[in-house]
Design a protein around this ligand. Structure first.
Ligand code: BDR
Ligand code: CA
Length: 312
């Protein structure tokens, strides 16, 4: 059983990642969810996290608010993709559950320290602000974590928010630089893998056909959030990003990866947030991340639907 803290900015694709994890109680023990500002401002991401635990009938899972802005930069959001609430699409009620007291960064630190060494994983689905703040405040947790498995970055697929950068890294590149330099065991699922995970009409329909509340919500979420991407790419389905993290936690064998050096560009205005990946090993920089390059899309979508089917 893997103990996991989700750090997230939900976001429809974050939502599917979290729901699939909540549908995997035998393999993933969700210790808590920490919201970060990203796709939309923090009050929406925190509220959406509460709506998700209620949708899954799991309001026993603690939800915390984390950082409301990047380290040094103005917050860049993505309402143009996710809608004004970040979770537009399904008609989810306002939550009756409340955020837990305390800062999400302290929850991360306390949880990692309270549990045995190498037993807690952070699944990071948004900008890395909270994760970096936790590491700066308590550097011991970098080594203590089992792993950080994150959606973010790109190399061969370059960028989605600028020509050079993926959204999560672009929003807070200084935070990403802290995380990648921390010595933690990092696995990144960049656009290079997520662009191959296309939510085609038949794959979305598989969630609808489950016939439960969660499946209906996922169908509405993905139908809403793919409008922008379908126009942008002209593909048969929009890329599904964050659920790759949950799929990787459950079935790493469905993915191909390489252990390499990845550095974060923070200085250049033109390429801010670029993940400079030494995929071909042309430098002697130390390897600091497992870079996931591709995965079995049919198997990943089947896995996600199977897990969402276990929810109410
Ligand atoms: C990432 O950016 C966000 O919009 C998504 O939720 C995902 O985490 C993809 O670049
Ligand atoms: Ca996200």
């Amino acid at each position: 059983m893997r103990k996991v803290i989700f750090d997230t900015d939900p976001g429809q694709d974050d939502a599917v990642a979290i729901l699939a994890a909540l549908g995997s109680p035998g393999e993933i023990d969700v210790l808590g969810i920490v919201a970060v500002a990203g796709n939309i401002p923090l009050h929406h991401t925190a509220n959406n996290a509460l709506r998700l635990v209620e949708l899954a009938d799991r309001d026993d899972i603690p939800v915390f608010a984390g950082a409301d802005r990047p380290f040094t930069r103005r917050l860049v959001t993505a309402e143009h993709v996710h809608g004004a609430t970040g979770l537009d699409g399904p008609d989810l009620p306002q939550p009756s559950a409340r955020l837990r007291e305390g800062h999400g960064v302290d929850f991360i630190i306390d949880t990692v320290r309270r549990n045995p060494e190498k037993s807690v994983t952070i699944a990071a689905l948004g900008p890395l602000t909270n994760v970096a703040l936790a590491i700066l405040k308590a550097p011991d947790i970098a080594e203590r974590l089992e792993a950080i498995v994150m959606m973010g970055g790109a190399y061969f697929e370059v960028g989605n928010i600028t020509p050079a950068a993926e959204f999560n890294i672009y929003v807070d590149p200084e935070a990403a630089a802290v995380v990648f330099a921390s010595g933690a065991d990092i696995t990144m699922l960049p656009l290079d893998v997520t662009h191959g995970m296309r939510a085609t009409p038949s794959r979305i329909d598989a969630f609808r056909r489950i016939g439960n509340k969660a499946g209906a919500a996922v169908t509405a979420m993905l139908t809403f959030s793919e409008t922008y991407d379908l126009q942008k790419f002209g593909w048969d389905g929009a890329p599904l990003h964050d659920p790759c993290v949950t799929a990787f936690l459950l079935r790493p064998d469905l993915f191909e990866s390489r252990h390499i050096n990845v550095e974060i560009e923070t200085a250049s205005a033109l390429t801010r947030g670029m993940t400079v990946a030494d995929y071909w090993g042309v430098t002697d920089r130390a390897k600091n991340a497992v870079f996931v390059r591709s995965g079995d899309a049919d198997a990943v979508f089947a896995l996600l639907a199977e897990r969402v089917a276990r929810l109410p």
